[in-house]
Design a protein around this ligand. Structure first.
Ligand code: FDA
Length: 457
């Protein structure tokens, strides 16, 4: 067992952990970053699959994500716009394929009125929510006791309107069914992006990508940190003292090979993985409890690469939605400067469970069939096909991110970021602005670094 002494040990080399490390090093502190995997980036991962460059994890950048945008500028990374020329596709309950432009789906006028009304109502409610403290809303407890599905039912009898509004938060964001999370959790999701209208606007929320892939952010940060980042070092145990003498090591992070002694520790891991580490002494009761009320969503990100972006020749943007389809949303995901065309589709929560019961061939065929409903039969014949399955990743266990179960946000939300002695927490899944996004991870990394610098001053 090798011993290392440092000021701060950081567990996790995702965007949050690497940002915290970067800020601490800038301020002259010594850090060691311990990463379980053999690569940095966590949920940011650019892979080469059968000759195609695919963004297996997070990829899009929206214009309000200034923490991420500043980091991109700092690393000198270039961005490009998602392809969006032409018409979008919507598939109705009876399977009819309808083309449209703009944000509102081509649904019957009555349903459209209900959708617009729901967006207005949600925007008004979201404006009252502080994304950093949704539990302080005067009706927080009440809104956290009802599911988003139930809240929608109290607002309109129009099922298609409910399904579509539900899809923007459920299938597309929290990746849990609308009955599995609260209205308050839904409002936090929208507030973290500025408004509910922003979530409905694909051109806003899925605006830009990074040339070479968004994993270039953690790769760039890690390169600057050099050998402070140690790969293949899953932290198994954290020994800590609440009242260490000033300047003394208050915490030890133990991997299979290393013992890192430090004054502070940052757990920059998804909240669902905090409990995978043993603590000596154990974490307090509140931490034991709260981590049992938070869980990862689940979505399959499907990549299909074709010889050409054939849908563009049909005047289609590649953007498609339907609450009735296996792939509830799809986009043109062609890489910058790539002559081949890529579609990305998403299969969320219970639909994902269902297709994982099938063989790989059956699942592929069902998913491509769904893409073909939007884009025609050519969609059935990709030259490269890949399913990102984060549910099988030991060091993530789902996608995109973690959220509370019913009632959990009002009850435990305030404790999620509360330090325990020398132990601090940072992750996109506890952010306010940028919640569940890379922007939020960077914000949390910065925040925790600022707190530590104050503490160590
Ligand atoms: P993250 O999970 O990335 O990092 C945690 C790190 O801790 C990991 O590297 C893990 O291996 C490590 N770790 C865990 N336990 C450990 C232990 N015991 N010891 C040592 N290391 C340990 N966001 C966005 O902005 N735009 C987008 O388009 C998307 N799309 C998207 C698609 C998919 C499929 C996914 C899975 C996610 C997204 N996201 C996204 C979300 C985004 O990727 C995510 O919010 C951030 O990358 C999370 O960064 P963190 O650093 O907070 O956690």
């Amino acid at each position: 067992m090798q011993r290392i002494d440092t000021d701060v040990v950081i567990v996790g080399a995702g965007a949050a952990g690497l940002t915290a490390a970067t800020e601490l090093v800038k301020a002259g502190r010594e850090v060691v970053v311990l990463e379980a995997r053999d690569r940095v980036g966590g949920r940011l991962w650019t892979g080469e699959i059968d000759g195609a460059m695919l963004e297996i994890g997070g990829q899009w950048v929206s214009p309000d994500q200034d923490a991420l945008i500043e980091t991109l500028a700092d690393l000198g990374l270039e961005t490009y716009e998602r392809y969006r020329e032409g018409q979008n596709v919507y598939i109705a309950e009876d399977g009819e394929r309808r083309l449209f432009e703009g944000e509102i789906f081509p649904v019957p006028a009555r349903t459209e009125g209900e959708i617009v009304g729901l967006i207005d109502k949600l925007d008004a409610l979201v404006a009252e929510i502080d994304p950093d403290a949704p539990w302080t809303h005067p009706r927080a407890k009440e809104l956290d006791e009802i599911s988003f599905a139930h809240w929608l039912e109290t607002q309109t009898h129009d099922v298609e309107a409910r399904l579509n509004i539900g899809m923007f938060i459920a299938g597309a964001m929290l990746t849990k069914p609308t009955h599995a999370f609260s209205a308050l959790q839904a409002l936090l999701m929208a507030a973290s992006a500025g408004s509910f209208s922003h979530l409905v606007d694909a051109d806003f929320i899925l605006d830009k990508r990074v040339v070479g892939g968004l994993q270039r952010v953690p790769l760039g940060l890690a390169e600057r940190l050099g050998d402070r980042v140690r790969l293949n070092q899953p932290v198994r145990t954290v020994r800590w003292e609440a009242d260490a003498a000033a300047g003394a090591a208050a915490v030890v992070a133990v991997t299979d090979e290393l013992e890192v002694h430090a004054r502070e520790i940052v757990l920059a891991v998804p909240p669902v993985l905090v409990d995978r580490i043993s603590y000596d002494p154990p974490l307090p009761r509140r931490q034991h409890q709260l981590h049992q009320h938070i869980s990862m969503g689940f979505v399959i990100k499907v990549h299909a690469v074709y010889e050409t972006p054939f849908w563009r020749e049909q005047g289609l943007s590649g953007t498609a939605f339907s609450p009735y389809e296996l792939c509830h949303e799809a986009y043109d995901n062609t890489n910058h400067g790539d002559p081949r065309g890529t579609l990305v589709g998403f299969v969320s929560d219970e639909a994902a469970d269902e297709v994982f019961e099938l063989t790989a061939e059956e699942r592929k065929s069902r998913i491509l069939e769904s893409l073909a409903h939007y884009f025609g039969d050519q969609a059935k014949h990709p030259v490269v096909y890949y399913e990102s399955d984060w549910g099988s990743e030991e060091w993530t266990r789902g996608a995109y991110a973690a959220s509370f179960d019913m009632g959990g946000l009002a009850r435990y939300g305030a404790d999620l970021r509360t330090p325990v002695g020398p132990i601090r927490f940072a992750c996109s899944d506890m952010a306010g602005k940028g919640y569940q996004h890379v922007d939020g991870a960077i914000r949390m990394g910065r925040l925790v670094a600022e707190q530590i610098l104050e503490e160590l001053a």
